[in-house]
Ligand binder design. Structure first.
Ligand code: URP
Ligand code: ZN
Ligand code: ZN
Length: 460
């Protein structure tokens, strides 16, 4: 099995050059100009750019949440991801409070194994850290290749842990070579504001936004960063949305601390004015909420300054009927929005095409940095001999319009309906197989493999 990709412009996190790529079996075998080699299949990539398959380290597939399940299964979610150029996702296993990590892992394994189109891995969300859970941390890292542990500083009563548990978890994870990641918002403050707004009869989607002001995220980001500094654990803040959170991480660099930061495509290009629509604002009810234009500017700057290293999605889709569980009460709207298929094309179009980030930075934040931070590099996240042949052959000039009518995610609306995008994935190759060819799926369910990850990085 071999594929020769000819005449493409290869873009990695560090390089940008014209060359041919020879794939043998599941790996990149050779890269060079005018390769004179035999191959079973030849793809002419003239006029195309080629970059590493996207890695989305923040997705919620088939996840029980707020009285329902996110609507993309591992099957539909990883397939939609491939359509949009994302070849690997990291999904979240959620511990049920009072139960073991193993119990949760088995439940997620049962729903994902044999069902994925694209490659996948897991973060373990620790929602109840106690002496039994503590014993399981080493087991997750050494036996399961699950090396990152997610925490929630919000969603009290379901997912939130307190600062005491956080410190204990951080110390254990550090001693075992893992990383702690966080949803950093002040859960108590948010719950107080939700209760206040509900008591005042302020129930529209706008009050979801007004219940989570910037300070709730800035405060928690600083507190988490301080705890990570105290314990010395490698740390990563998911879905950063605002200037205050970025500044909290920037502050930490003054004392020579490194905390990794992630934002999501929606926080770069959508803003809180969408919440003025009632009930349609429910489409964008997510936590943290969309913010202001000044926050978008802060996030683009933070990407270019290296304070934010990853652009993910926090893909957590719910159909409109599910969203309408919160009709007349914003606090009951399932939090999350769909983007797993849109991230790569939107970020190219809004970021590279509009001159906000370079093409190399694009590869860093969509693939390479996530591979490095989460222990998958250089198997994933680069185009180099010996690496998995996960590649996107991308037409930078092809325009298209996003719509729920044509997307492949299992959700009946798009948060980007009618959005014009310049640039489209023409072929997506996963471990040496063409998975998507001009919109057609060429692999079968079950082709996607679980990726056991290595110990995490403290530097990128
Ligand atoms: O609104 C969101 N983000 N839903 C998914 C759960 C989370 O907080 O990441
Ligand atoms: Zn979150
Ligand atoms: Zn999330």
């Amino acid at each position: 099995m071999s594929i020769l990709i000819k005449n493409g412009r290869i873009i990695t996190a560090s390089d940008d050059y014209q060359a041919d790529i020879l794939i043998k079996y599941d790996k990149v075998y050779m890269i060079g100009k005018n390769l004179q080699v035999q191959a079973k299949d030849i793809i002419d990539a003239s006029g195309m750019v080629i970059f590493p398959g996207g890695i989305d380290p923040h997705v919620h597939l088939d996840m029980p949440f707020m009285g329902t399940y996110s609507s993309d299964s591992h099957e539909t979610g990883t397939r939609a991801a491939l359509h949009g150029g994302t070849t690997t996702v990291i999904d979240f296993v959620l511990q049920t409070q009072g139960k073991s990590l193993r119990h949760a892992l088995e439940s997620w394994q049962g729903r994902s194994y044999g069902n994925c189109f694209g490659d996948y891995s897991f973060h373990m969300a620790v929602t109840d850290f106690n002496k039994n859970t503590k014993k399981e941390i080493a087991e997750m890292i050494e036996q399961e290749g699950i090396t990152s542990f997610k925490t929630f500083m919000a969603y009290k009563g379901a997912l939130m842990i307190d600062d005491g548990q956080m410190i204990d978890l951080m110390q254990e994870v550090k001693s075992r070579g893992g990383m702690v990641t966080v949803h950093a918002t002040n859960g108590d403050m948010i719950d107080k504001l939700i209760a206040k707004h509900r008591a005042e009869g302020k129930l529209s989607p706008l009050y979801h936004y007004l219940s989570q002001p910037e300070v709730t995220e800035a405060e928690a980001s600083a507190r988490f960063t301080d705890m990570a500094h105290y314990t010395g654990v490698p740390a990563y803040i998911v879905h950063m949305t605002c200037e205050g959170a970025v500044n909290a991480v920037r502050e930490a660099t003054f004392r020579n601390q490194k905390v990794f930061g992630e934002t999501c495509i929606q926080y770069l290009i959508l803003d809180a004015s969408l919440y003025e629509q009632d009930p349609d604002g429910a489409k964008w009810v997510m936590s943290p909420p969309l913010r202001e234009k000044k926050d978008q500017a802060a996030l683009w700057a933070a990407i270019n300054q290296g304070i934010v290293q990853v652009v993910a999605t926090d893909h957590c889709p719910f159909n409109w009927k599910q969203k309408m569980m919160g009709k007349g009460d914003f606090s009951k709207i399932p939090n999350g929005h769909p983007a797993i298929e849109n991230r790569m094309e939107l970020l190219w179009s809004e970021g590279v095409e509009k001159g906000k980030i370079s093409a190399n930075k694009y590869v860093e934040v969509t693939s390479t940095n996530a591979a490095k931070i989460f222990g998958m590099y250089p198997k994933k996240g680069c185009i180099a001999p010996g690496s998995d042949a996960d590649l996107v052959i991308f037409d930078p000039n092809k325009k298209h319009v996003i719509s729920a009518e044509t997307h492949h995610m299992n959700v009946d609306y798009s948060g980007y309906e009618g959005w014009e995008v310049k640039g489209k994935c023409r072929q997506v190759i996963l471990r040496g197989k063409v998975a998507i060819d001009e919109g057609k799926v060429k692999i079968k369910k079950g082709y996607g493999e679980f990726v056991k990850r290595g110990k995490v990085s403290k530097v990128v």
